[in-house]
Design a protein around this ligand. Structure first.
Ligand code: HEM
Length: 255
């Protein structure tokens, strides 16, 4: 009988899964960091409930609810002729759906931590929230045509400036994650890799933002990449936060 599986990590084909009729819904891309080599993550929604943690169907239901909202907002985006608040809500829901799947996948990964993360989970959670808010402010800039309105008619400059000023808290929080990870000894390889990816994505995102602005949004590839790298940065921080939280369970008990 066909079964539903969400496979987030690369893995070689597993004959046992194939016998069980598990499909890959997400083709197995290699996760940027080469972690969890050879491990297969299969989160089965609905079926196989007994062999999964009890929270799995609830989180899957949340993901389903978000994607239904996303569909409705997508329809409204068209019928309301790209109304800016609906466009922004559409991006916000898309990112929330993305984060839900990442949290689910990262929680189901086999992971052996070192219990040395300290306050890193809080730092990365803060950074993820700030990057999320920064993304919403970017969606407002795009959907209100704030760049053109500000540069050509001195209107909506506050919307554009909010996005520019918002770079500082978001970047500072993400850099704190990178710096603290760097300086913390004995962290797991997975957490270190994710921090490196955060650093690279943050620098790329800022460079793309500056290029987008300087070229007055004339190069579509830059604008689209700014959106995509922003989402990748947010997603990496979400994965980092979940793993860092899981790492705390490995901390030696205080006597
Ligand atoms: C952490 C840093 C940043 C994040 C997460 C971020 C995220 C975003 C997102 C998600 C959008 C919406 C794109 C769309 O809907 O098409 C956007 C738009 C924009 N961002 Fe950023 N951004 C960041 C930094 C910057 C920087 C440093 C600049 C320039 C100095 C910048 C300039 C712009 C501009 C001009 C737009 C409007 C593009 C348009 O009108 O289509 N961003 N940003």
């Amino acid at each position: 009988m066909p079964r539903l599986a969400v496979v987030l990590w690369n893995a070689d084909s597993d004959p046992a899964d194939e016998r069980a009729g598990i499909f890959r819904v997400v083709p197995s891309p290699r996760c940027g960091a080469d972690w969890a080599y050879g491990d297969r993550l299969s989160a089965l929604a609905g079926w196989h409930r007994r062999s999964l943690p009890t929270w799995t169907p609830w989180v899957a239901a949340l993901a389903l609810g978000l994607i239904v909202c996303q569909g409705i907002l997508g329809g409204l985006t068209v019928t309301q002729l790209l109304r800016f608040d609906i466009v922004t809500a559409h991006l916000g829901t898309a990112l929330a759906f993305f984060a839900t799947l990442l949290v689910m996948g990262t929680l189901l990964l086999p992971y052996k931590g070192t219990g040395t993360v300290g306050k890193l989970p809080w730092f990365s959670l803060t950074a993820a929230v700030l990057v999320y808010l920064q993304s919403l402010s970017g969606a407002l800039v795009g959907s209100r045509w704030a760049v053109h309105q500000c540069l050509e008619g001195s209107q909506l400059c506050s919307v554009m400036n909010t996005h520019l000023v918002g770079v500082f808290p978001a970047a500072l929080a993400a850099l704190t994650v990178v710096g603290v990870t760097w300086r913390t000894p004995a962290l797991s390889r997975e957490i270190r890799k994710l921090a490196q990816i955060v650093g690279v994505l943050l620098l790329s995102q800022i460079a793309l933002g500056i290029a987008t602005l300087r070229l007055h949004l004339q190069v579509e590839l830059l604008t689209v990449s700014h959106q995509a790298i922003g989402a990748a940065l947010f997603g990496t921080l979400v994965c980092f936060t979940v793993l860092a939280w899981r790492d705390r369970a490995f901390a030696p008990e205080e006597s």
